[in-house]
Ligand binder design. Structure first.
Ligand SMILES: [Zn+2]
Length: 541
């Protein structure tokens, strides 16, 4: 008996079995039930999300003699003929290899003839973005006046390559990446039918590796089953067959590196080597992983730039919170240098180890980005010292009233003099502090992000004190240019001009400085034309 690949064997033949595309299935079955079938459909989406499968089911459904709830019955002659691929009513064209004008002209000649049996001739043009310009023009003529018995289903992974003239004549359906849960559920079903035992974690890993594509997941599962035929499929076996390093390992490694834990990082590498992973592959994958992190950190819509499932994206977002852009760029530079060195080297392992040590120990390098990274390490150490200061973010809920505990002052000293409320102007500025800081740039911005806007809690004078937390901020204390820049931004943002004083927390005696803490009720009374952007950093505070 010949072996049929899982994804062929279990290809859905009715709408009910299509997984993860409910929005499309519902619309299509409704159209069929109410006989409002279109003449041109465009199915977009990444590979393996079910575009051609749905196209074939649709072709059957419109020709079926007894459709059930919009789905093909699977029993009538038409259904059977289409299923077997013998019907003349369904014509599949792969535009990748039939992309010329002549191929489309042939279609135009054919569509002149009514189907001899059934209701519709359905043309499924796969990879339609591959058509030549001439072919698109020829297709457009047919789409402009399609005979009533013709349906075109155009499928593509790259909708942006389709001319607008074609797009405007099609009903467009975007196929989503399928979630890990949905894929895992389907894999479980099929494994039961096939009588294969598998660990839940193994199934989830395969589902995850499919990265939104049911077809890829099924092919991977096929490989794993074939390798360990008749045995229980465990997580370890799956990793071994797929030769893969689990992305969890990347995340573990990155955390070790960020902690400066050389031993831990080298040990993680050793585990990979013992596990038989290929080092060149690993270097490439880890670089790619960091590239995705960087995109998540810097891009407004990372999901458009990164080709990963939403579950993976969520993990990347978590990780991106742990590392800053400069550090990440330094890591990527070291690892991309490494990937060209490692190719012809006989000492791959040593090179990877050196690179990991470089990541953990920025002090070993002397260029600018490593210096920045050294500062990061220093700052982290300062942050980790016993904290005397209680941080209260402006506007944070549940913190009405300033704690008033300065870095060099004590709570008792604060209690001595009652605080006056900050002038309204200052409150407005503080309320839009993040937006203001967001308009500065470079290191100044980084410093400001860690600064705390304060006011004099005893006099209530209209002066905004900007308290920097560490020695680096010192650079800005007597920097008229930076002060001017900030003033201008504040003026543009809030329409208020205030006096600024920049101070360093640990060096000045300003026990009477309080944080402007605007409580919720007050905030609601302040009219602001600005949108306060929520900083993702605040999510965990
Ligand atoms: Zn039927």
């Amino acid at each position: 008996m010949s072996y049929t690949a899982l994804y062929r064997k279990f290809r859905p033949d009715n709408f009910d079995d299509v997984k993860g595309q409910d929005h499309i299935v519902t619309t299509l079955t409704n159209q069929i039930k109410h006989n409002r079938i279109g003449h041109a459909y465009l199915f977009c989406g990444t590979r393996g999300t079910g575009k051609t499968t749905v196209a074939k089911i649709l072709a059957k459904a419109v020709n079926c003699q007894h459709p059930v709830n919009g789905s093909p019955c699977g029993e009538c002659d038409m259904c059977k003929a289409i299923q077997a691929g013998t019907s003349m009513n369904v014509i599949e064209i792969d535009a990748a290899s039939n992309n010329g004008v002549d191929n489309i002209r042939e279609i135009r000649e054919e569509v002149a003839y009514r189907p001899t049996e059934g209701n519709y001739k359905v043309y499924i043009i796969d990879e339609v973005h591959m058509l030549s310009t001439g072919a698109f023009n020829a297709l457009l003529k047919t789409l402009e006046e399609p005979p009533s018995y013709v349906i075109f289903i155009l499928a593509t992974t790259e909708a942006h390559k389709i001319p607008i003239t074609i797009l405007s004549r099609c009903q467009r359906y975007d196929f989503h990446r399928i979630t890990i849960d949905t894929i895992a559920e389907r894999l479980d079903e099929l494994l039961k039918i096939e009588g294969v035992e598998a660990e839940e974690k193994a199934v989830r890993y395969v589902a995850k590796a499919g990265d939104g594509s049911m077809r890829d997941a099924l092919s991977l599962l096929d490989q794993c089953i074939a390798f360990y035929l008749g045995q229980t499929l465990t997580y370890d076996k799956v990793l071994e067959v797929l030769g893969a390093v689990d992305t969890e390992v990347f995340s573990k490694l990155l955390r070790k590196v960020l902690q400066g834990d050389v031993t831990g990082a080298i040990r993680t590498l050793e585990d990979l080597i013992i596990g038989g992973r290929e080092l060149g592959q690993f270097v490439g994958d880890f670089t790619w992983y960091m590239r995705n992190l960087l995109l998540v950190k810097t891009s407004e819509n990372p999901e458009e730039a990164i080709d990963v499932s939403s579950e993976n994206l969520k993990l990347l977002r978590e990780e991106s919170e742990m590392v800053d852009v400069e550090t990440l760029m330094r890591y990527i530079r070291i690892f991309s240098d490494l990937s060209s060195q490692i190719r012809y080297s006989t000492q791959k392992r040593v090179l990877v180890e050196i690179a990991l040590i470089k990541l953990c120990r920025p002090a070993m390098e002397t260029n600018l980005d490593s210096v920045l990274d050294r500062l990061r390490v220093l700052e982290q150490r300062m942050d980790e010292r016993p904290v005397q200061q209680v941080f209260v973010q402006p506007g944070a809920t549940g913190n009405a009233g300033s704690t008033g505990i300065g870095s060099d002052g004590s709570a008792e000293a604060m209690a001595a003099a009652p605080e006056k409320a900050a002038p309204e102007d200052l409150q407005k500025i503080v309320a839009s502090w993040k937006v203001i800081v967001g308009q500065t740039s470079g290191i100044f911005k980084q410093m400001l992000q860690k600064s705390i806007p304060k006011y004099n809690g005893q006099t209530g004078e209209p002066v905004l004190y900007i308290e920097f937390q560490d020695f680096l901020g010192k650079t800005y204390v007597d920097n008229p240019e930076a002060e001017e820049e900030l003033k201008n931004i504040i003026l543009a943002q809030t329409g208020k001009s205030v006096e600024l004083k920049m101070v360093v927390a640990k060096e000045h005696n300003h026990t009477n400085l309080a944080k402007v803490t605007v409580d919720q009720a007050l905030r609601e009374n302040i009219h602001m034309d600005v949108v306060v952007e929520e900083d993702p950093d605040d999510a965990e505070e």
